[in-house]
Design a protein around this ligand. Structure first.
Ligand SMILES: C[S@@+](CC[C@H](N)C(=O)[O-])C[C@H]1O[C@@H](n2cnc3c(N)ncnc32)[C@H](O)[C@@H]1O
Length: 175
């Protein structure tokens, strides 16, 4: 099992996309670090598909509370970030209970923050662009973490099957 941590993200589109990937890959906790709890409005929901309604979301105000939470819940913080002298994703061995952390769209994760993370992993890039989009980075890392898991969900046509009881609208009805 894994947690996904979005660290001070500001873009509704990125937040919605990451949450959707997190749910699609069966993540356990979706952790949002920032001064205020995120308000899921239309722009986020256009990308999250309202999956926040069936997602276990944890709001944490700052870095200290994030690292405390990881310790209490038995998660190992894994920063997804471009770092000098990098550990590259294809050769990275994920710990058993990773909390995958991605950073702010403009500033990324600070050096101070990275020093507190026991693991930092970089996605290799080959073309002339400084960094990837944060939602793309997070999705690549989540995919890589899960890629050897056996497939258990059935497919119908061009979609994975979702039971009525698993749907976000159903969660809304039942509270
Ligand atoms: C757009 S980047 C942040 C800006 C970037 N640090 C800069 O100075 O231009 C946002 C986030 O995407 C993730 N990211 C982007 N490219 C990455 C890569 N190649 N490897 C790992 N993480 C990456 C990191 O989590 C980063 O904090």
């Amino acid at each position: 099992m894994f947690a996904t941590v979005v660290h001070n993200l500001t873009s509704p589109e990125n937040t919605g996309m990451i949450l959707r990937t997190h749910v699609a890959f069966g993540g356990e906790h979706f952790v949002m670090v920032g001064p205020e709890p995120w308000r899921f409005k239309k722009r986020t929901q256009a990308f999250s598909r309202r999956l926040e309604k069936i997602c276990n979301i944890i709001y944490l105000p700052d870095d200290d509370s994030l690292f405390n939470w990881c310790g209490c819940e038995g998660f190992t913080p894994v920063a997804i970030e471009i770092a000098e002298d990098p550990v590259l994703l294809p050769s990275f061995r994920f710990p058993e209970r990773p909390a995958l952390i991605v950073g702010h769209e403009g500033n990324g994760l600070s050096d101070e923050f990275l020093q507190r993370c026991p693991r930092v992993v970089t996605i290799p890039q080959f073309g002339p662009v400084g960094c990837l989009n944060v939602a793309v980075s997070c999705s690549i890392a989540i995919y890589e973490l899960n890629r050897s898991r056996p497939l258990q969900r059935a497919i119908e046509g061009h979609a994975f099957t979702v039971a009525e009881s698993e749907r976000p609208d159903r969660a809304e009805q039942t509270g």
